[in-house]
Design a binder for this molecule. Structure first.
Ligand code: FES
Length: 121
């Protein structure tokens, strides 16, 4: 990752889909995913509030078959794209942990803590 917090280019996130990343810190690894719908981009920690597992069974598959909601593949919880709130499944009302991200031109940058490295999941 660049010192300015650049995660990737916007074009690397498929429109209507998402991409997972692992941030490497001195003492922790932190899995996140980024989703894009046109110009709307959100990012969450890749950790389900129900049991703490990653949401995707297959790499970068975060969107449910309805094309609208975020899916946790473990027990089928559905979360809203815009705020990560669970609207169906075993943890209604629970929320995915948001990750601060900003767009700068064609780059996506982390707004929060800096990590020493980043890799695609
Ligand atoms: S671990 Fe995600 S719905 Fe159960």
């Amino acid at each position: 990752m660049n010192p300015d917090g650049t995660l990737c280019r916007v074009a690397e996130i498929p429109d209507g889909g998402g991409k997972g990343f692992v941030l490497e810190g001195a003492e922790e690894r932190f899995a996140i995913f980024v989703l894009r719908r046109g110009d709307r981009i959100v990012a969450y920690r890749n950790r389900c509030p129900h049991r703490g597992t990653p949401l995707d069974w297959l790499p970068d598959r975060f969107i449910a078959a309805d094309g609208e909601h975020i899916l946790c593949a473990t027990h089928g919880a559905l979360f809203r794209f815009e705020d990560g709130v669970c609207i169906a499944g075993p943890c209604p009302g629970a929320r995915l942990e948001p990750v601060e991200i900003r767009r700068k031109g064609e780059k996506l940058q982390l707004s929060g803590p800096r990590y020493e490295g980043v890799s695609s999941k």
